[in-house]
Design a protein around this ligand. Structure first.
Ligand SMILES: NC(=O)c1ccc[n+]([C@@H]2O[C@H](COP(=O)([O-])OP(=O)(O)OC[C@H]3O[C@@H](n4cnc5c(N)ncnc54)[C@H](OP(=O)(O)O)[C@@H]3O)[C@@H](O)[C@H]2O)c1
Length: 278
């Protein structure tokens, strides 16, 4: 498989982004360094990391060891909670770039809004500066609720390109998705497989997977893609990496999407109003 087999979606920045990427949360530097070249060889081109994951060095090393040019990759990172605020964010980005060993990010996200700290608007102003200075191509947010998004749009005039949120069939996030659609924000789904837990053995998912002769993980990834969501499944296993990418040759019907969506509510999402990241 080559990169031409992963379709792209347009962002409000004028850039494009692959519709499926590699998650790296819980990978150490060492595991990321080993996994990224394997994923790249299979056809992955988007890699999602964060300062908080402490694996940006491994991701950067893996990109270099893949043998592909930097421009072939779409690299996302996220500013840490403790680096929110204008000056700290500029410095946080510089450190992220240095750890990754690159001179630009394709996408930079505010990891959590942490409204109690009251710094996400200043952080967003720094993001706007980072685009103006060429360090970042597209800017977005993660775990932002509509009220947080309203605030940064109203105070800066710049709408995020992406909102990366906790999203899978047990947590379908209708409100955030409806808001994003109206504002032209692309939604990325984090924990798209429900962290590989109970979701993968739900009978309704198994039934639909069997009908398509696909795995339950592939069926759930198709549930995301068929609704215009951008999943970033994490795997450090070659076979599962291949499985998660082999999802572009089939579609779910509207009825199948609806059946799977009925799982909504069987898990509680994390709360962006109260979650505090170090
Ligand atoms: N913005 C945020 O606040 C935030 C929060 C959490 C995550 N994220 C991002 O989203 C990415 C994905 O989320 P996630 O890592 O939480 O969960 P996930 O991608 O839903 O699930 C990952 C788990 O599922 C297993 N798995 C992967 N593919 C599989 C398959 N085909 N069959 C069976 N099991 C499979 C993996 O194990 P193996 O590795 O052993 O295959 C791993 O344990 C993260 O890695 C991170 O980049 C962002």
């Amino acid at each position: 498989m080559d990169d031409a087999s992963i379709p792209s979606v347009g962002l409000n920045s004028g850039h494009t982004m692959p519709v499926l990427g590699l998650g790296t949360w819980t990978m150490t530097d060492e595991v990321a360094d080993k996994t990224v070249p394997v994923a790249a060889q299979l056809g992955y081109r988007m890699v999602d990391t964060a300062a908080f994951y402490q694996n940006e060095r491994g991701v950067g090393e893996g990109i270099r060891r893949s043998g592909l040019p930097r421009e072939d990759f779409f690299v996302t990172s996220k500013v840490n909670g403790r680096d929110q605020g204008f000056d700290r964010t500029l410095r946080g980005c510089e450190q992220t770039l240095s750890r990754l060993g690159t001179d630009y990010l394709d996408l930079y996200l505010i990891h959590w809004p942490m409204p109690m700290r009251g710094l996400y608007v200043e952080t967003w102003r720094a993001f706007i500066r980072l685009v103006e200075e060429g360090y970042v191509r597209s800017i977005g947010v993660s775990n932002f609720l509509p009220a947080h998004l309203d605030r940064i749009r109203d105070e800066t005039g710049i709408v995020p390109a992406v909102n990366q949120i906790q999203l899978h069939p047990r947590i379908v996030q209708q409100d955030s998705r409806a808001y994003a659609e109206k504002q032209g924000i692309v939604v990325q789904s984090w924990s798209p497989l429900g962290q590989g837990g109970k979701l993968l053995s739900e009978p309704v998912v198994q039934k639909i997977a069997e009908r398509h002769s696909k795995s339950t993980a592939q069926t759930i990834l198709r549930w995301h893609l068929d609704q215009g969501l951008v999943p970033i499944p994490k795997s450090a296993d070659r076979d599962r990496l291949a499985d998660n990418l082999d999802v572009f040759g089939f579609h779910l019907t509207d009825e199948e999407i609806e059946e799977i969506t009925r799982l909504n509510g069987s898990e509680q999402p994390m709360n962006p109003e109260t979650f505090e990241q170090d």
